[in-house]
Design a protein around this ligand. Structure first.
Ligand SMILES: Nc1ncnc2c1ncn2[C@@H]1O[C@H](COP(=O)(O)OP(=O)(O)OP(=O)(O)O)[C@@H](O)[C@H]1O
Length: 541
């Protein structure tokens, strides 16, 4: 049992648990027609959270335009939608971070209005964002009780009691680290467990997870799913936001899709197949990673990029490979395998201790990223907010940054041409924005990511390094991004993609390098490569 007895109490929850149907699906239910969840009639017992006519407007954007949404006790409910559909806005309103402009929120039948995240938390709403809100230099226990410290009558923090209580919470989520550990010493999966433990500290009725597997390894994601299922069995209602459609069938009971700030319906997962889910999200039956075009790889031509014996202490060791014109090479592996570090070394962010990097025939020693850009390399980074996009600049300036020279004229920068260039990219990548002058910081996460892609696509780079290019991107945009990458390959560019998304690896790679603990452990040609072989290569010692 995950929740302490007093937390799971209440006739409603246990009564529900007795009659709860366990999710039977282990794969997508093919060919089942879409139909709304007609078997469900809210009686107030089952429904833990009910949103009616929820509205929220930002300057120039109706982020939510009258959304109805209902979460039952003990269900895992996926909230799906294209980038910019309004998912984050909805969950931020429920969590008290944003105030709604209209509509009502009922928690266990009572109308509520949260003036702050603290109020929402007190009422039993837990939320776990993608970017964890933990203080690295504090211990796990201090983080769990941050702002709600246990104090004695003199007002002093009771460290020992806090650590004991924190340890109990950690045990509930099956954590394998101590409450006294510093958060800075933990990996992504462990930090997420701290966040969940923190949510459990209060009597959580609704737990919201925003793209929780984005930075988790395969094993960590499996462990998270177990925790989610156990919490649901305890009666907690779970709202699960994800762009990873393969997670839906094994985990989720019901699905609600948002499109342009309105709900397009709620359905039991068993009534949906993948195609239907895609059509709910995008409005058309457009599969992700459409049929691969004719292969563009030219292994007969000399490589554009080759590395030999590249090593950097503690990160990667003796890495060698060659990348040919028109080739899409995917570097896959678990989080921590050294892939991002390797890509950053190729881009001059870090420096190798040993080994050689060749661009064409020439051995290069890149002092910094400016050197790399001059040498014709582009890196589309994993950490977009930190490295990829300037949130305080508008879209048009962001996408013009790497090629500003092209827009310099006798009278300074040609603003109109910068705008036209941005409009073209906004159109090509379907970036959802009021216009090209909108600040990148006002876009949804997925749309910010498209801005980063747009920025680098217009450069003259010959070698493109993509680090998790479709993380946080919706299924429709994924297909567009794959088409763009394939277009670059068809134009003779060489592409190296770092990806943990197995579906993506199999959809786009010509060749796959599996990396484990800093070393390339296997190389595959991707013609009908079974997924299980890749998983074996990256996980087995
Ligand atoms: N703080 C803000 N200021 C201005 N506009 C915003 C703000 N937050 C969101 N928006 C806009 O509201 C709309 C909905 O955004 P939201 O972040 O809710 O989408 P989302 O479905 O979570 O997308 P993603 O999958 O890309 O994260 C978008 O058009 C976005 O640009």
């Amino acid at each position: 049992m995950l929740l302490p007895p007093q937390r799971s109490g209440g006739g409603g929850a246990s009564a529900f648990r007795r009659c709860r149907r366990r999710r039977p699906h282990s794969g997508f239910h093919a060919m089942t027609p879409i139909k709304p969840a007609a078997d469900f009639h809210p009686n107030g017992e089952d429904v833990v959270l009910q949103l009616s006519g929820l509205k929220k407007e930002f300057p120039g954007v109706k982020a939510l335009d009258g959304v109805d949404f209902e979460l039952r006790r003990g269900e895992v409910h996926a909230l799906l939608g294209a980038n910019g559909a309004g998912k984050s806005t909805l969950i931020k309103i429920v969590a008290g971070l944003y105030q709604r402009d209209g509509g009502t929120i009922r928690l266990e039948g009572q109308e509520v209005s949260f003036g702050s995240t603290a109020e929402a938390m007190q009422a039993g709403i837990g939320i776990i964002y993608q970017d964890f809100a933990l203080v690295p230099d504090l211990s796990v226990a201090e983080n769990i009780f941050l702002g709600q410290e246990m104090r004695n009558s003199l007002g002093l923090v009771q460290r020992a009691a806090q650590e004991k209580a924190a340890q109990e919470l950690l045990d509930m989520v099956g954590a394998n680290f101590a409450a006294t550990a510093l958060v800075s010493s933990l990996g992504s999966g462990q930090r997420q467990q701290v966040e969940i433990a923190k949510a459990l500290r209060n009597k959580v009725k609704v737990l919201i997870l925003d793209e929780p597997t984005a930075s988790l390894s395969h094993g960590e994601a499996e462990r998270l799913f177990e925790i989610i299922r156990q919490l649901a069995d305890e009666g907690v209602g779970i709202i699960y936001v994800s762009h990873r459609l393969e997670e839906i069938a094994p985990l989720v009971d019901r699905v609600t899709a948002l499109r342009d700030g309105v709900s397009v319906g709620s359905y039991p997962t068993a009534a949906l197949d993948r195609q239907k889910i895609v059509s709910l999200i995008t409005g058309s039956e457009r599969p992700a990673g459409a049929a691969r075009p004719a292969r563009a790889a030219r292994p007969d031509l000399p490589p554009l990029l080759s590395v030999q014996g590249l090593s950097r202490a503690g990160e990667f060791d003796d890495v060698s490979f060659a990348l040919h014109p028109g080739e899409i090479l995917v570097l896959t592996g678990l989080v921590g395998a050294g892939r991002t570090e390797l890509a950053e070394t190729l881009f001059g962010v870090r420096h190798a201790d040993a080994g050689k990097i060749r661009l064409g025939e020439k051995i290069v020693h890149q002092k910094d990223t400016r050197d790399a850009i001059r040498n014709g390399i582009a890196l589309i980074p994993e950490d977009r907010r930190g490295q990829g996009v300037s949130l305080m600049l508008p879209i048009d300036e962001n996408v013009a940054l790497p090629i500003l020279r092209r827009f310099r004229g006798p009278f300074g920068l040609a603003r109109r041409r910068i705008g036209a260039h941005a409009d073209q990219l906004i159109d090509r990548l379907s970036i959802r924005t009021p216009n090209a002058r909108t600040l990148a910081g006002a876009l949804s996460g997925g749309n910010q990511q498209k801005v980063v892609l747009a920025k680098w696509l217009s450069t003259d780079a010959q070698v493109f390094l993509f680090d998790e290019p479709t993380q946080g991107v919706d299924v429709g945009a994924k297909a567009e991004i794959y088409a763009l990458i394939e277009g670059l390959a068809a134009a003779g560019r060489a592409i190296l993609i770092v990806s943990s998304d197995l579906e993506e690896v199999l959809a786009v790679a010509d060749r796959v390098l599996a990396m484990r603990a800093g070393r390339i452990v296997e190389e595959f040609e991707n013609n009908a490569l079974p997924a299980s072989r890749v998983v074996d290569a990256i996980t087995n010692g």
